[in-house]
Design a protein around this ligand. Structure first.
Ligand code: NAD
Length: 387
């Protein structure tokens, strides 16, 4: 495990990797503070039985890139609690409170919600250590899933990117993998812009209707705890069939690494918008670039949630959060498209250029990140001056 951690390190980070074991509650957790050049790290706490240090590091790096590209005064971090998120509420509370205590002194990391945790979990964290984002409204939180913060940003990115591949949102056919907080709201916002949801999936299966679904009816169906494949309209398919669906815009909003070199060739879409984090492998991204499928990387397209969290952290309002998401994601998508076209670079390479140039500038101001300028007052100078 240690060898893996060292193998993950590069010039940007991680700054800290913490392994926590607390026998009383059975807590086992991993915390990665990747890079704090721009400010204290913010990033979610994932609760899953299979979370690994590699996954937490990759997600933490994703947060470093996402936060710097979004212009937030925050670095990137992430945490994983190795446990079943569907454990009893009492056990979950005990685990999360113990986790919060374990990071009491990791003051450069502010936790937020992620898969398997929610605003209640963040309320427990805040109660223990006084810092967390993604809180309930009553504690000053802006409920990012309830307002569809990430989905709102994805819809803005879609609006800017679609014309580049010769489509407008009006009448475009979209397919969404995953119909949770991100997927449902993305369907709603894109539907309002005139797009047609022709296929959707969740962990249990998929549903296809080339004429387009009634999005609100489908959301109501899913919210009554029914899988999308059992919706009345359209035809049922296996979850894996979604990749090959005939559509214009394909939106992964579920798990990492769902597009691989094995299935990416089946894609019919012209535009892929990353709702999920790291949804495509490097090989899949290279294939898309070679075959003129435009893919907007996660840390540009799905930053709406963390922008909302950062606005909450500084005490801003819901309106402010939505306005910041719109401006930031619109400007970043435009800049990305320009860089792709002018620099002849693949989308992820162009997006990484955006992130690295901003990160290098932030690191330049920080001595601890290798700025070799002497400190304004070294002890020797101070001694000399008083002699
Ligand atoms: P969620 O748990 O609310 O929903 C996930 C959905 O994906 C569920 O409908 C689930 O059934 C489905 N799913 C799981 N495995 C699947 C599979 N193999 N095939 C098809 N569907 C599958 O999660 P969410 O908050 O909507 O997040 C979705 C993704 O977006 C995650 O990767 C998350 O890291 C990322 N993300 C979320 C936010 C946010 O604001 N919630 C922000 C940025 C990125």
């Amino acid at each position: 495990m240690t060898a893996d951690v060292w193998a993950l390190a590069d010039r940007l980070g991680p700054e800290k990797v913490l392994f926590v074991k607390e026998p009383q509650t059975g807590l086992k957790a991993i915390v990665v503070v990747d890079n704090t050049a721009a400010g204290v790290a913010i990033g979610g706490v994932r609760m899953a039985t299979d979370v690994t240090v590699d996954e937490v590091f990759r997600l933490a790096r994703g947060m470093t890139l996402k936060n710097i590209v979004a212009g937030l005064p925050h670095g990137g971090g992430k945490a994983g609690i190795i446990a079943d998120s569907k454990t009893s509420l009492e056990h979950k509370e005990a685990l999360i409170r113990a986790f919060a205590q374990s990071i009491r002194n990791v003051k450069d990391y502010v936790p937020g919600p992620d898969m398997g945790t929610n605003e209640t979990s963040m309320a427990w964290v805040k109660d223990e250590i006084g810092r967390a984002i993604g809180l309930p409204r009553v504690l000053g939180g802006i409920p990012l899933d309830e307002i569809g913060a990430t989905a709102y940003g994805l819809a803005v990115a879609a609006e800017e990117a679609a014309p580049t591949v010769g489509i407008g949102l009006e009448g475009s056919r979209i397919a969404i993998q995953g119909f949770g907080a991100v997927g449902k709201y993305t369907a709603r916002f894109l539907g309002e812009a005139g797009a047609k949801l022709v296929a959707v999936s969740d962990s249990q299966g998929a549903r296809y209707n080339p004429r387009g679904f009634d999005v609100e009816a489908l959301i109501a169906h899913k919210e009554s705890d029914l899988p999308v494949h059992s919706f009345a309209d359209g035809i049922a398919l296996g979850a894996d069939a979604l990749v090959a669906i005939d559509c214009d815009i394909w939106i992964p909003a579920a798990r990492p690494d769902v597009l691989t070199e094995h299935n990416v060739k089946d894609l019919k879409a012209k535009l892929v918008l990353a709702g999920a984090n790291i949804p495509a492998t490097e090989a899949a991204e290279a294939w898309m670039y070679k075959h003129h499928i435009l893919s907007i990387p996660d840390f540009v397209a799905n930053a709406g949630g963390v922008i909302c969290g950062a606005v909450e952290y500084r005490g801003g309002s819901e309106q402010e959060a939505l306005a910041t998401i719109e401006t930031t994601i619109r400007n970043n998508t435009i800049e990305l498209l320009e860089r792709i076209s002018l620099d002849h670079k693949a989308p992820r390479a162009a997006a990484l250029d955006m992130a690295y140039s901003r990160l290098d500038e932030a690191m330049h101001y920080r001595r601890s990140f290798g700025n070799k300028q002497p400190a304004p007052y070294s002890y020797e100078e101070a001694d000399f001056l008083t002699m």
